[in-house]
Design a protein around this ligand. Sequence first.
Ligand code: ASP
Length: 351
Amino acid sequence: MISHKPDGEKASLLLIYTGGTIGMKVDPLLQALTPFDFSQILEEVPELAKFAYRIDSCTFDPLIDSSDVEPSLWVALADLIEERYDDYDGFVILHGTDTMAYSASTLSFMIEGLTKPIIFTGSQLPIGMPRTDGKENLISAVEIAAAKDEEGHPLVPEVCICFDNILMRGNRSRKINSDNFRAFRSENYPPLAEAGINIRYNTSLIRRPTSWEARPTFHKDLDTRVSILKIHPGITPGVVRNILLGEETRAVILETYGAGNAPSKDWFISIVREASETGKIILNITQCVAGSVNMDIYATGKSLKSAGVVNGYDSTTESALGKLFYLLGTFDSNDKVKAGLEMDLRGEISK
Ligand code: ASP
């Protein structure tokens, strides 16, 4: 771990506000929470001026509750970042917490060869409220997005979520709490940084690009014909059949028990086999909040493997979904999609 103190160097950042609780303040006339004008960000968060960074802001129209996030928002974010990539040292995205882990995950797959930080943050309480967590989250996200090493390279050239003093890899994070300030966790990968008196970076865990000079590739074709099937006791053949063999569906994320186990009943395995043989891609991830799938331990796991199910290792659901959207949008061939699923593309799985 190394500590980083801002050295006064003038970094330039683009702050992108998409919506969510963080950007709200009480309108004295309406006596209701309304989004505030982000061009006035320094008035709302005067602490940012102390960094002496150049911070430009950009507000999405319309601002949305993140429950309304659609892939078009991810494409708009990728477009904006691609267009302004050379103008800034880093990007901070303010986003509602509800689907932040989905957005951070998917964006990590859409941008290949990232050389600059893209830090998502938000808050549980609006920035205009006295006990808000928004200011602290924003200030830490800004400092992290601007941080450089001795050679002048960004310390965190990754898509991340910064929340409650913890910096997590975006595609490892999930929202785990709807009311306290520690809203996100990354159970299967340690924090990339922790903010205390100083921000301590866990540099050995942070991904570095193969080339700092090459521009990233932006992949904006997403195919969202994916469903998620959470296995549970009492699940019926009809339900499993409808989801696994759905006409629209190209891939199914199977949320299994423990180390990747599912019912061993003949009807279940034969539907899985039929789906796989008819060209559906089935990805096995665990319902457990931590740990990984291993289809070689139990007989039930083995039968899934022999029915053609692909190992999702220790992926979160959010990351599995984003990875599938990206791979299906990029490749027509199922073999290529399956090969991509088995690979660790952006630090999203440990094998
Ligand atoms: N519903 C809000 C959203 O996700 C909650 C939040 O911002 O934290 O946009």
